[in-house]
Design a protein around this ligand. Structure first.
Ligand SMILES: NC(=O)c1ccc[n+]([C@@H]2O[C@H](COP(=O)([O-])OP(=O)(O)OC[C@H]3O[C@@H](n4cnc5c(N)ncnc54)[C@H](O)[C@@H]3O)[C@@H](O)[C@H]2O)c1
Length: 435
């Protein structure tokens, strides 16, 4: 039976804590698409199709025909940053999109100015900026963010809104006592508990204001019992963590292939050079630790060494990121993969991915905004595992291991859409064609 889905009427606010390279490439990109200056390549919501029924039925509508998504014409953008630059200036400084393209969008982008941020340098050591809120404790900060959200919606005539964290990677924090229940977390907010980081305040405020939350960075943010309790209480969908772009995207494409053909892996050495602000922030060992944990988990879960000890029981997996300013946002990711086949004979694969970080991340922000809005209109709440497709370190229910294989993630996403529309799930069994 199909799920009742509220219509996608009116404007949808997309609120972004962190208006740096990814956020501005996303906003400028959507405006460019609206103006007919480019195409939204990389976006499943804009270009993807979905097969329905049997292969013989030839039913493959586009995803946006199949489920009621907000049209990009109805998106309105806002956000927060510690720097005062409007989106045109920030996009020009980020240096991802060409000046000529940005020039054509100057009025639109120049009119979007970041609201003062909730920020503390303790959590992002390499940054400091003037555009920050001055409140006494985390709870007051959260209340100020809730006010920001309500006044943004009012000012822009938005019917609904979503929040996608595009801020810097915060230092590594593990879940502690203060994260275990909403009561403890709110007490910790009033007492400025040091285990609470700014991204958690944004996530808390989003849910309190009735808007879904996605986390594009690897920091904890909403991935602990207290905020999941709030998400369930408020009926808010949440997802994260850490956009799956460049090197990890490649890893989750290749590793399932090795496992499918029972090809062994002795080692996987990954290194990156990048020169944008994200690279500078990750040059701090404590922020890098958040990223490293997120990047390292992937292979273990895909290759399942506990089930295949001879093939994957002794992998040397190393991930390095080096800040190298000349490269800007155009990262270079090298992988050396030592594999082995029949009788243990060794082989090597080298990948040199000359990628553009924010070009890969922007369509993910768009899809997450539209799918989270859909989820809310369907009454879905808590962790949205079907959106794992977009993350390096997907959030899952406690005790459940995350699914990292990109192709299983895509099947999960599409089957969720089929389920919402009351269509048959596709299992790929296919015996019926040979009866
Ligand atoms: N580009 C990718 O491929 C990719 C992939 C995965 C994850 N990410 C993550 O996405 C995030 C954004 O990446 P980016 O390249 O745009 O980085 P960026 O440095 O260009 O932008 C981040 C912005 O966040 C702001 N900021 C930091 N703390 C803030 C706070 N508390 N409140 C408001 N603003 C705050 C910074 O001032 C900066 O402008 C990073 O955490 C990055 O690790 C990016």
């Amino acid at each position: 039976m199909a799920t009742k889905i509220a219509p996608a009427e009116g404007k949808l606010g997309v609120l972004l804590p962190g208006m740096g390279a990814v956020a501005t490439t996303f906003i400028a990109g959507v405006e460019a698409v609206k103006a007919g200056l480019g195409k939204p390549f990389g976006s499943l919501t804009q270009l993807g199709t979905i097969r329905l029924g049997k292969r013989t039925e030839n039913r493959s509508p586009t995803i946006r025909e199949f489920v009621p998504l907000a049209p990009i014409e109805n998106l309105v953008f806002g956000g927060w940053d510690i720097f005062e630059d409007d989106v045109f200036t920030a996009a020009s400084k980020a240096g991802v999109l060409e000046k000529e393209l940005l020039g054509q969008l100057r009025d639109k982008l120049g009119s979007i100015r970041p609201m003062p941020a909730v920020f503390d340098q303790k959590y992002v050591k390499k940054l400091s900026g003037p555009n920050v809120k001055k409140n006494k404790n985390w709870m007051e900060h959260a209340e100020a963010l809730v006010d920001d959200i309500h006044s943004f919606k009012k000012r822009n005539g938005c019917d609904r809104a979503v929040m996608v964290w595009c801020g810097s990677t915060e230092v590594y924090l593990e879940g502690s006592d203060v994260h275990q229940s909403l009561d403890k977390f709110e007490k910790g907010m009033r007492e400025n508990d040091p285990n609470i980081a700014p991204s958690m305040i944004y996530a808390y405020a989003a849910m309190q204001a009735g808007i879904p939350y996605a986390n594009g960075a690897p920091n904890l943010s909403a991935d602990f019992p207290a905020l999941l309790e709030l998400a369930n209480k408020k009926g808010m969908p949440v997802c994260g963590k850490d956009f799956k772009t460049g090197q990890t995207l490649m890893k989750t494409i290749l590793a399932p292939g090795f496992k499918a053909r029972l090809i062994g892996v002795a080692g996987w050495y990954s290194t990156n050079i990048l020169g944008n602000r994200d690279g500078e922030v990750l040059d701090d060992p404590e922020s890098f630790k958040s990223k490293e944990v997120s990047k390292l988990g992937v292979l273990d879960y895909i290759l399942q060494p506990q089930l295949y000890p001879d093939l994957y029981g002794n992998i040397h997996h190393v991930v390095r990121i080096n800040y190298y300013p000349p490269r800007g946002d155009n990262k270079e990711g090298w992988d050396n993969i030592d594999i082995f086949g029949w009788l243990g004979y060794p082989m090597q694969i080298k990948i040199d991915f000359l990628c553009r970080d924010s070009i890969l991340a922007a369509p993910i922000v768009l899809d997450l905004a539209l799918f989270l809005d859909l989820a809310q209109r369907c009454g879905m709440k808590g962790i949205q595992e079907w959106l794992s497709f977009y993350f390096k370190s997907p959030m899952t229910a406690p005790g459940l291991y995350p699914e990292h294989d990109l192709f299983i993630q895509l099947m999960k996403l599409k089957n969720t859409l089929r389920h919402l529309r009351g269509e048959e799930l596709i299992t790929h069994l296919g015996l019926e064609y040979y009866d």
